[in-house]
Every structure is written in C-alpha cells, then in structure tokens.
Design a binder for this molecule. Structure first.
Ligand code: SF4
Length: 696
C-alpha cells in the first residue's frame, strides 16, 4: 500500500538498486524515529536519470522499514545456538577479540573481509582499511568478484583503467549499438529507455544474447539484428566479428596504427581462417551470413558503441571477452569521442565504487597493485602501518581455504554469499568450517544462518555518503532519516578496528571522502561540498579535469597505447552431455533485484513471487513439461525445484532462471567453474537436466 500525504521536507539522494544510479527526491514526513518516506520522486536534475525512474527505485524502498529489519546486535557461541541480543559494545568486543584470537592462533592470513557493492564508497573504503591496517593482510574482496571483476581486469589490460569509457548521454550520438550479454530493459530500465529513444530516432541495434530479450521484441526496435550466441562461445563470436572487419578491409587503419600496440601480431592472429564466421558458426550458433551482416553494420557506424552486462563477464573466459570487445572497439576506431566506446552496464548501485575503493585483494584504492612500493608508501605513512605487498585471498580462495582449515574468520558486509555465490553446498561447507563469521546486514539473511555475530546495518535512507554508477558518476547519498540502529556502518567498522588495537575514527562521512581524495589521484578533486555544489561528478576529477571526465581516452589511452590482445577462444569445460543435455543460464527480471533481500520485502514481490524456469517448447515437449509444472533442475553439483514456463524466448537446448528467491536457489546448481583471470563464477553456463515432478 502506498500512502500519500503532504511531505514536510524533501531530501535528494540516490537509488540503492542498479548501476544506473538514478537520483530521487525523497518526500518525507515526521522527524527522528518517526520519519516516514511519503514517496520517491525521480529527480529532474539527476545526472544519470534526468527525471526518470523504474519500479524498483520509485516503489521498492519499503524494505528499509520492514518488520524483518534486525535493529539490535546479536551473538551466539555456536551456529546451533539461539541468537542472543547483545549491546553494541559487547558485539564489537566479541568481534575484535575473536579476530585477534584467530590471528594469534592461526596466523595473520587466517581472517579476512568481504565488502559490499550496495554500501557507500566511504563504507567500502573503511572496510578495506580495517582489513589492511587492523587485520594486517590483503584478504579483502568484494561481491564484484562474482559479477564485473572481468570488466576491471579486461579494461585495465586494454585501456589502462578499470571502468567504462563513456557517459550515458553518449548513447544519444550512437548510430549502432552492440548489446551483448545484457538485458537493459529488465536490469537497467532507465538507461534502456534512453537506448530505445535513440533507436526510435534511427540508430541500429545488434543484440547478441541467447534469449529473445525485450530489446529484440520491442516494436520500435524492429531493425534489431538478433544473434542468439550459444552460452560459453562469446570469444569465438567477437573474434569472428573482428575477423570480418579485418579481412574485408573495414578496420580503421589510422586509429590502429596511431593509438594501438601489437597491431601487426593481432591482425595476423585475427585474420586466421579459424576465426571466420563460416568456421565458427557451428560453435556460436550464429549463421555466417548474419555474423557478416553484423560486423559490416558495426564497422560502418559511423559511431558504434558496445554495451554489455554479466552475460559477458560470468564465463570462464569473461576477461578474455572483455579484451575481445576492446579489440573490436579499437579496430573500428570507436573510442575517445561521444557515441562510441566499451560500456559495461554495472549491476549493483555501487559496484563501480566498491572496485574503485580498493576492495580487491590485489589492489589499493584507484586500482593500484599492492606490490607497488610507492603506492603502499602513501597509505603506510598516512595509516601508520606496514602493508603487505602480496595479494590476499579472493572470495573463492577464502572458501577453499576455510574447508582446508587455514582460513578461520570472516567479516561480510551487505552481501548474502550463501545465496548469491555459486555451488551453494560448497559455500555452506566453508562457512560451517569457520570459527567466526560476522554478518553486517539489514536482515538475517541466508549467510547469517552460519554467523556467530550479527551486526545490524543501515539502509540507504539512513546513510551519508556517495555511490558511483556505471558511467563513473559519483552521486551523493543523503540521510533521509536517522540510523535506525544507532550507528553508521563506517562507524561500526572503525570501532572494530579500534578494538583490535588499530585506532580508526572519523568525525563524519565527508572526512572519509577527504582521505580518499587525498590518496587516490582519480578522486583528487572530489569532496562532499563539491558534489553538493555540482550535483555529481564523473571520475577522474583532477586538476586537468576539475569538473570530471564524461568521455575517457580522448587522444590517448590512460595506459598510453591501447593494447590489442590475441584473444584465443578456449571452450568451457562445462558442456551439455548425455546426463545433463541442456545448458542453464541465469539473469534478472525488472521488478526484483539480485538475491531479493530488498525487493522481496516490498510490493514488488507480488509481481514475481517465485523464480521460474524458462524452457523452449521443443525441449519441454520432449520432457512432457507444460507451463506451471513443478520441475526438478539438476546439475552435477546439486538439485532444486522450480515452476516451468514454456517460452519461445528461449533457444532450443538452453534454459533460464533468475536467482531472486532463496528457496528455489539457482545457485544450488551452478558450478565452481570461473573466469581464468579473476575467478568470476561461470553462472551463465551450467549443464543441467530438467524432469517433471508435479504436473500443473
Ligand atoms: Fe534504481 Fe536502476 Fe531503476 Fe534507476 S534504473 S530507479 S537506479 S533500479
């Protein structure tokens, strides 16, 4: 029920859902603990949304006051015990003493932390600082590990920085859009509207996705060329695109010669006959004539832009594919101006920011490797500690080490790893094996079933800070109401570090941003005062670009020359076989968000009350499946049950589901396979079988 009334005041803040980063004017009644949001009005001056919004940002904020919110710290000695409410002081003492004891007994590498892409930049920064300065190691990772870590790796390799190249407004200059492994209408709705507006104005779309997503079916994008790429074959696909462009002489020779490195080796590689559309069509499933048409269209531009999502990154070759798309953009000279570029559509509200803030185990803030002494020195002198030069554990390494007995204690903030990470039984075994699991969250989520201490978190309506969206735009998050748990999350983290013997404190969140700006070159000109004055800014914000940088790599790349890379296609080991003859791929729908912890506690839950399994009519008929049947979905690692939906959106041989609900748990069946460079899980390819359990 949406209750309307006259607001007594308004606060401009940022949506806590997807990476579009829409600004809203929260209309508020009451004060103190009685503060109530009347409605969220999309903010007309929002840099990313210009007054538009979707059903999540506009209506799905009620989780912040949901009765499931846990507002008190809790603790227990064993995960088999009942939770006991404790004071903040007791909770923080238990956490600090627990981590110190584990470090003492099992070594400095036995503890670590996971930061959240839903939290503010300031919160993420203090978590990585706590791990590095108080825990004494680099065992800090972020939930970006399981989504866009290949983006960070691949774009840094090709261009020298781990971020998208353009701003959203750039799409208004695009003549051709290659949309690959992304479903913007569901996952990034406000930006999808901007894309559709441009398509209505005559731009062309090439949609590479196994499913006939909405962008293909929308009447106003009839011109879209749909290429149903088989899951797991993206690299073969992009190589074939580049092969056509090179062998048909469609490449931008002046751009490549002037701005790229290793051009001759790459050109010889990609011209090889094994990359031709004819040679690869049986692999990718794309008829050679369609692929040639797509390559010619993209090369003709004149402005051609690439937009991609997790259908690119969540593969065993996710990082290779990001480099492959960088190759395509460089080959065709589509970088360094409006309307072009390689543009990741980031999933979570602050996944860009959580990566920027140094929450990877190998990088300090600003994507600077921990092995660089001159970078460590900046933080060592400011923080008064000696930092480790060796990268720490990634999330999957933490799980493996926990099962092996060497990793014993984990702090996890705003992330439900027991639901969101692949191969649930493996994750649960790892959590069970740890001596101390600390969950810092709004709700007693699935991970909290394995926790010893629960620290209540604050919702976005209670936070002061910043989120950074997919176009590197730093948006202000302003408190609409006081923290319902009595403390800010960054304050709790500082208190844990202090109780561990490393004093850490800030008077207010803006001081954390001041420290970020003082130590991170790309944030040099950022402060809350400047953001409040300018509305938002896109990093890098430097002396040379005092108001930010909408378009990157103008004239030269951050790394100097762009890196063309020989992207060798290596098939995934996860293949359909006699026992598991179908391939499962996963994704999201419009009304829900990721593990659903937020949206399931709002009116949006009525629009998608359960995850369903989409299956092609021929695969359904073969198995006697009709829509509404309960089916068993099984892979080599697990089995779950879902309701079937027979759909011609699917290609034959591929099934699809979402992962918004814990009961059905798509990640019960996804496997341990991951990207070779970053360990991002291969969520998009799981060999499965489907069998009817109960007929509708
Ligand atoms: Fe929020 Fe994304 Fe919807 Fe904008 S498009 S309102 S950021 S969920």
């Amino acid at each position: 029920v949406i209750q309307l009334g006259m607001p007594s005041r308004t606060v401009v803040t940022t949506c806590a859902y997807c990476g579009v980063g829409c600004s809203f004017k929260a209309e508020v009644q009451g004060s103190g603990d009685d503060t109530r949001v009347v409605r969220m009005v999309p903010w007309k001056d929002g840099g990313a949304n210009e007054g538009h919004s979707c059903v999540k940002g506009r209506f799905a904020y009620g989780y912040a006051s949901h009765r499931d919110r846990q507002l008190s710290p809790m603790a227990r000695d064993s995960i088999d015990d009942e939770w006991q409410v404790v004071t903040w002081e007791e909770a923080i003492t238990r956490v600090a003493e627990g981590f110190l004891a584990l470090r003492e007994k099992h070594g400095v590498g036995s503890i670590g932390g996971i930061s959240s892409s839903r939290c503010t930049n300031e919160e993420v920064y203090v978590v990585q600082k706590m791990v590095r300065a108080a825990f004494g190691n680099n065992n800090i990772d972020t939930c970006a590990r399981v989504c866009h870590s290949p983006t960070g790796y691949g774009l840094n390799h090709a261009f020298g920085t781990s971020a998208g190249t353009q701003d959203f407004a750039s799409v208004e200059q695009a003549d051709v859009m290659l949309v690959i492994g992304a479903n913007p209408t569901d996952a990034h709705p406000v930006f999808a509207s901007r894309m559709k507006k441009r398509l209505r104005a005559g731009a062309k779309a090439i949609v590479a996705d196994p499913r006939r997503i909405d962008l293909v079916r929308s009447p106003h994008v009839e011109a879209a060329l749909h290429l149903p790429v088989r899951p797991g074959t993206n690299v073969a696909f992009v190589n074939a695109m580049c092969h056509v462009i090179v062998t048909e002489g469609l490449w931008d020779e002046p751009f490549v010669r002037e701005r790229c490195e290793d051009a001759d080796a790459y050109l010889a590689f990609i011209a090889g006959p094994e990359h031709s559309p004819e040679a690869t069509q049986d692999v990718t499933g794309i008829p050679a004539s369609d692929l040639r048409a797509a390559a010619r269209l993209f090369a003709a531009g004149p402005n051609s832009a690439i937009y991609y999502g997790l259908g690119v990154t969540e593969h065993s070759q996710g990082s290779t594919m990001v480099m492959g798309m960088a190759n395509l953009a460089m080959l065709t000279g589509n970088l360094g101006r409006e309307g072009v570029g390689v543009n990741p559509l980031r999933g979570q509200n602050n996944v860009q920011g959580s990566c920027d803030m140094g929450s990877f185990p190998h990088e300090l803030p600003g994507y600077r490797h921990v092995s660089r002494p001159e970078v460590r020195e900046i933080y060592e002198s400011l923080w008064g500690v000696t930092l480790q030069a060796e990268p720490g554990l990634r999330i999957p390494n933490m799980f493996d080490s926990a099962i092996g007995g060497s990793f014993r204690g984990l702090y996890v903030q705003g992330e439900d790893i027991a639901q969101s990470d692949p191969n649930t039984s493996h994750v649960e075994a790892a959590l069970r094996a740890m001596d101390l699991v600390v969950v810092h969250d709004l709700f007693l989520n699935e991970t909290a079933r394995f926790a010893h201490v629960f620290l209540p978190g604050a919702s976005f309506l209670e936070k002061d800070g910043t989120f950074t969206n997919a176009e590197r735009r730093i948006n202000r998050v302003r408190p609409v109401m006081p923290s319902r748990v009595g403390k800010d999350e960054w304050q709790v983290v500082c208190e844990i570090a202090t109780a561990m013997g490393y004093p850490m404190s800030y008077a207010e969140a803006s001081h954390i941003m001041d420290e970020i700006a003082a130590t991170t070159p790309t944030f040099a000109g950022v402060s809350f005062a400047r953001l409040d004055a300018e509305g938002s800014m896109q990093w890098p914000v430097t002396q040379a670009a005092p108001h930010g940088t909408p378009t990157m790599h103008v004239g030269s790349f951050v790394r100097g020359l762009g890196q063309l890379t020989e992207t060798v296609y290596v098939p995934t080991t996860e293949r359909a076989n006699r026992r598991f003859p179908l391939v499962l791929t996963t994704g999201r729908i419009l009304s829900q968000y990721n593990v659903g912890a937020q949206t399931r506690r709002t009116p949006n839950s009525t629009w998608h009350p359960e995850d369903v399994l989409e299956i092609h009519p021929s695969d359904a008929e073969l198995r006697g499946v009709t829509s509404g049947d309960v089916v068993e979905l099984s892979s080599r690692v697990g089995t779950t049950r879902l309701t079937a939906l027979v759909s011609d959106r699917m290609p034959a041989g591929v099934v699809y589901t979402t992962f918004h609900h814990p009961v059905t748990g798509a990640n019960v069946v996804t496997t341990e396979n991951s990207d070779w460079a970053t360990n991002c899980p291969e969520y998009k390819v799981t060999a499965v079988q489907v069998e009817v359990v109960t007929q509708a």
